[in-house]
Design a protein. Structure first.
Length: 66
């Protein structure tokens, strides 16, 4: 489930960033795609890290601190 959610976040971030840059012609298309790729990877790692922290908090709540 985490991988599916992370991949969804990455795809949506890429489409939004690349689409907005290409539509508004703010940057060259290659630069826009590179920026979108970097943003999507960052968003994917942040989403995955949020799931890890949440599960760690739940484990501490159920079993106590180490």
């Amino acid at each position: 489930m985490v991988k599916a959610f992370r991949n969804t976040v990455m795809v949506l971030t890429f489409v939004v960033v690349a689409g907005s840059n290409i539509i508004w012609s703010l940057l060259d298309d290659y630069v826009a795609c590179g920026l979108a790729l970097a943003a999507s990877v960052t968003a994917g790692f942040c989403a995955e890290r949020a799931f890890i922290k949440r599960s760690h908090r739940e484990m501490i709540r159920q079993h106590g601190a180490d």
